[in-house]
Structures are given as C-alpha cells and as structure tokens.
Design a protein around this ligand. Sequence first.
Ligand SMILES: [Mg+2]
Length: 255
Amino acid sequence: MAQPPLEPAARRCDDSGPPFGAVAFDCDSTLSHIEGIDELAGPLKPRIAELTARAMSGQLALEAVYGERLALLAPSRAAIEALGEQYVTTALPHAAELVNALRESGKRVCIVSGGIRQAVLVFARKLGIPDEDVFAVDVFHTRAGAYAGFDEDSPLTRSGGKLGVLRQIARDDHRGGAAFVGDGITDLEAAPAVRRFVAFGGVVKRAEVFARAVISCDRSDLAALVPHLFATDEIERLARVPRHAPLVAAALKAR
Ligand SMILES: [Mg+2]
C-alpha cells in the first residue's frame, strides 16, 4: 500500500536564528548566476543542462550524472580558468559586500560546491574567501593542460555529500553554529548539519527545496540575505560602518 505523503510541516528542516559563527554558501545559482558545468558544455549545453537540472531538483542522484558530464566535456585547464573568470563576472549583486561584512563581523565564510575547485577558487579569491574555506571538486590535467579526470573520492560528487562537509564546518565552529545558503536539493540535504538553511531562489527557484525550508529568499540581490544571516545588533553595528552601510541600505530596500 502506498504511504500517504508526509505533511509539509513534518518534512521541514529545523531552524534557529542568528548570530552564527560560520556561514557557508553554495556557488552555482547562489553566489553566481551560472551553473559552471553547463557553461563548459559549448554545443552540448542543452544536454548537459538537462542533466544538471534533474540532479539539482532531485530527479537524478548527483553521482549518476557527475562523471558522465565531465567525461563528455573533458574540460581543459584553460577552459576551467575561463570558467573561474565567468563566475566573477556573473556574481550576484552584493556578493563581495556580503562576504566582506560577514568576515568583518568575525564569521568564517565558506563555499561548499559540487563545482570544479580550480574555477571556484578564482571566484572565492575575488570575494575575499581564503582557499582553505573553499570545498569543491578537484579536476586533474596533464602537463599540457588536457583533462585527466576528477577526484572521484570527493564526497561533493555524490548525493548527500554536502551534509558531511557542513557537519565538519559546524563542528569546527565554537561561536554560535553554522548557516548554509543554497538553491539545490544537494544543498537541502545538508540542512540537518546547520542551525539555519536558507533556500535561495534568486537565480532558479526549485519548488522541492522551497517546500522544505523554513527560511527562503527569492531575491536576486544577495543583500536580501542580511536579515537571515545577521542578528539585529550585528546589523546595527554594520549600518554604522561607512563601508558596510550601503549593504544594509540595500537589504532594507530588498525586503
Ligand atoms: Mg547551486
């Protein structure tokens, strides 16, 4: 006999509010407008994008598409460097300002991505996030720069992989727990590891993810995340600092 569907409320993540000691972001369709792997696809983009969309909405397990997509694309070192630059140019509004405000408020800021580490690093450096706080998937190249495979042991190539990475980030934090912002089903899977999961729909709004998140944001301006990630007294402090005041003003406008 078929099981009756769970009540939406019963399937929701737990949530508790700021302040947080660590804040992690997904990269693709969260900090940046693009899905990196789709951008590497050239003429194969429709086929690759369909696989990505099915994985991000939970219709396909990530591990079922991860190796397949990369094997089809075999991205060169040069292509991955170019992708890094593309992340930078497609950053959402206030990405760097938000990261800066979080870090200057004493928080650890991480990127946890199923994307290619070498490309995400280019973006992270631009945002002021240290290399050691970037969790993504290494790809390998020959000395001449030809594609030579990816880190098949990385948990971030598999469904449920972000949960372990976020658990470690939450364990390492001793100042109020962690929050995680992401758009995909692989992000939602990590929600049990953190005190707050924010379903982000500013680029793609995925119904399955929004249905289960207590906190969601469908604005494409990352300033809209400020009230979800900072406590009231932290926001008041930021508003008094000239270099952070525009972010706070944008947050008020984005509400
Ligand atoms: Mg994403």
